[in-house]
Structure formats: C-alpha cells, structure tokens
Design a protein around this ligand. Sequence first.
Ligand code: NAD
Length: 483
Amino acid sequence: MSGFLAGGLARNYVAGSWSEGDGGRTIAIEDPGKGEHFADAAQAGETSLAQALQAARASFERGDLADMKPSDRGRLMLRVAQEIRGLATEGADILCRESGKTLSAAHEEFEEAAQYFEYYGGVADKIEGKSIPLGPDYADYTVFEPYGVSAQVVPWNFPVSIAARSLAPSMAAGNSTIIKSPELDPLALAMLGMALERADVPAGAVSILCGLGSDIGAKLVASDEIDQIVFTGSVPTGQAILHAAAETVTPSLMELGGKSAAVVFEDADIDGVLNSLKSGIFYNAGQVCSAMARVLVHRSVYEEVVARAAELANGLSVGHGLDNPDHTPVVSAQQLSRVEALTSTARQDGARVAAGGTRLDRAGHFMAPTILADVDPASRVAQEEIFGPVTCITPFDTEAEAIAAANGTEFGLVAGIFTRDLARSHRVARKLRAGQVFVNEWFAGGISTPFGGVGKSGFGREKGLEALYNYVRTKNIAISLKG
Ligand code: NAD
C-alpha cells in the first residue's frame, strides 16, 4: 500500500504530529465487502490521550484559534475544505474498503465534509452577540465564547462527514477539538489530519485519536480537562457518556439512534415513495441514523406498496462497494449477526417476510435487502433500531392512527410524510415527534438544515446555523455608566 496507508498503517494525529499507537498497539481493520483484513490503525492509549488533552488546552490558552481574527479563521477553514477535496480520491477508496459503503457514497462523504468547512468557515466572523437596552446608565451586551476543549466521539456509519459536521462548527467558534474516531473504520477519518496539517491549522488545535470506545473513549469523556462533549452514536453509549458528564458537569450534545417512520397517505405519489424507500433504507445498507426504518401505509394502497417494495429489494444489485452496486455489506460480522437476529424476531411476532430476511450466502457481511410487512407497531422489530437494510411496513386507516404509530417509539429523530395534500402535510408535520420531518422526499434537507433528536434520539442540533450555538456559551457584560 502506498500514500496515506504506506506500510498498511494509519497513525494518530496528535498535537500536530503523526504518532504510532501506545506501546505499538494496533487495531486490525477489515474490508467488510470481502470479510478480510485490510489495514491497521495505530491504537491510541492513555499516553496519546494525555498528549492530545495537553496540546488542546495549550492551544486554547494560547488563543491559536479563539484569538485569531474571525475572518482569518474562516479563511483557514476554507483551506481545510480545499485540502479535503484534494484527498478525496485516495480517501474515498480507503473509506469504501474499510466501511463497505459504495465508492460513490464515500466520495459524497468527503465532499460533504469539505462543505461543512465551507459552510461554517463562512460564518466564523458572523457569530454576533447582542446589545441589551438597560437605560442610559448602563451598557450591556452579550458575547459568544468558545467552550475551550471540545471532545467529540464519532460513529462508524459516516465517520468522515460526521466528524466534519462537529469539528467545523467547533473550529469556527474557536474551540480546540479532540476527535475519537470509530474503531471499525478510522482510516479515512485519520486523513482529515492531513487536510488540517496541509491547511496549517495550528498544532494541537485538533487531534484525531483512534482507540477503543471502552478505553480512551470513556477516558476522554470522563476527563476533567475537557469543556464540552459531542457524541454521535448509540443510545447505550450516549447514556454511559451522560453519566460520565454528570460527574464533571460537562455540557453535552447527544446525536443518538432512531426508528424513523414514513407515513404514506392514499394520495401519495407511489413512484416517489419507492424512490425514497430505495435510498431511505438501502443507502449505506440501512446503517443510517435517520433511515426509513418503518413505513406506515394507508390500507387502500398498502398491498401495492408492499409488492413494489419487495420487487425493489429483490432487484437490487449486490456487490463490493468499489463496484458501486445498489446494495453493500454491513460493517462487521457482529453487526450482521445483530441485524439478522433482530430481523428473525419479526416472524415470531407475526410479520410477513416480503423480501430477504436472512444474510446472503457470499463472502463479506451481506444482509439481504429486507422488507417486512404486516409488522405489529408494538413488536420488537418495530421498536428497536436494527441499523441494517431492513424496513417494517404496517397498514393504517386514519390519520390519527398513523400519527400515533409514527410517534409510538422511544425515538424521535426524523419522520416523513408522503401526500399531495398540502394542508395535511403541514398539519401532520407539526404533530410528528421528530427533530426533522421530510415531505415527499426522504433525506430532503442538507448541511444547512438543523438536525437532531427528540426523546432517546438525543438533544441539541447539528447542521445549520443553529448548530454553531452548541459550540459557544453566552457571556453577558453589564457596564455601569453612572458617575
Ligand atoms: P456506538 O455507540 O457503539 O459507538 C459510537 C462511538 O462511541 C464509537 O467511536 C465508540 O468507540 C465510542 N464509544 C463506545 N463506548 C464508549 C464509551 N463508554 N465512552 C465513550 N465512547 C464510547 O455507536 P455505533 O455503533 O458506532 O454507531 C451506530 C449508532 O449511532 C446508531 O445507533 C445510530 O443511529 C447512531 N447515529 C446517530 C447519528 C445522529 O446524528 N443522530 C448519526 C449517526 C449514527
């Protein structure tokens, strides 16, 4: 292997240098499309973590980013965006192999990462406070200050773009940042360190560590050297991190899982529904927090939707991500077993397997694209996040019934409505318990639209201008002008 993975090893980017794992330890990274070893990642331990924490604090105290003229900070971030694009060809190839996603999806991730730096780079000099009228005897104003050191823990499903989603606003606000990359696919994310280095981001302002969640992940979030936690991942890990945050009273942002529902009314454009279903549940093999994990369909079009969904699932091309098929593997053998086991509970709970239902008999970790019909909304498969290419279809008769079913899980990340009735789309959108509602197109919106959860899907918002305010705190300055 040449380029970034010369020697088959990705190093950690700590305090502006590239370092081997503590004690030379490494984590083996697999190609899930083949089920074979692909490369290794240097495993950060306590020494690397201590270096990153010390460097982040020192950088913040020096004011490397915080005291930089905001427009210069913005320009620095635009340079990072440019460098990310420059690394995209090599990076997408690595990301495709380590995560199993298609090469084109991996390219999209690098492009999205670049766009986050452009978007937030553009607002670095627009984080404005306000002046508060207290009468002639006072001058009073607010300023937004960076927290200090932002600790960011990233999941494996979109490692590069999710890291950029949190790092870019954190940098724009002037924080130092330590990223804990996911141990299943940390390689392409480590390349972000190259973009930062090439763009001349001050050493120590950002470190990227690959290590085990149970080890340096837990130690990072429990450290009293951090000022903020940004976590994207599963509910149980989020809960563990919140316990740690409670000990140090550290402000936290939680972007957790989902079990999002699309509501398909009788007047919906069924072709549009099917198009949305294809990306909604089969993009990235369904390993998307905002996947279309449930589809509630008006009884008058129910059998048509089930039949066409099954036809769609059975017709998807399957292959290694490098060949850009419709359907790719899940990230690991463990994830495949989890998806398959949870899917198998559906049959016992009375669901009809309209397509798929089991793993595919081929090398790599492939789950068959799966459509479950007649799913009881209270059953396990309709309540728990599967995080694989499996959707649950359930019929409904009335709008009220559909809303109750859509809102009937402990999650509330996104939801969708398919109808030609404008009034109904607004009415139902307001009643859905979700941080974002898509109408007539799943995954509508983009980096400038706020995103985040309700209930166990978490709290706080990423993306958009709103996210910027997660990365700053307000200070009020009240000045007496008397005498
Ligand atoms: P996960 O919770 O297992 O791991 C996420 C990260 O946390 C990894 O980097 C892991 O190493 C680390 N970690 C594990 N234990 C830790 C601990 N005790 N302390 C600190 N860090 C720890 O999640 P995952 O399997 O990587 O990702 C899938 C989950 O992420 C799904 O539930 C999905 O819905 C969710 N997700 C949410 C969003 C969102 O924006 N809401 C986006 C993507 C993924």
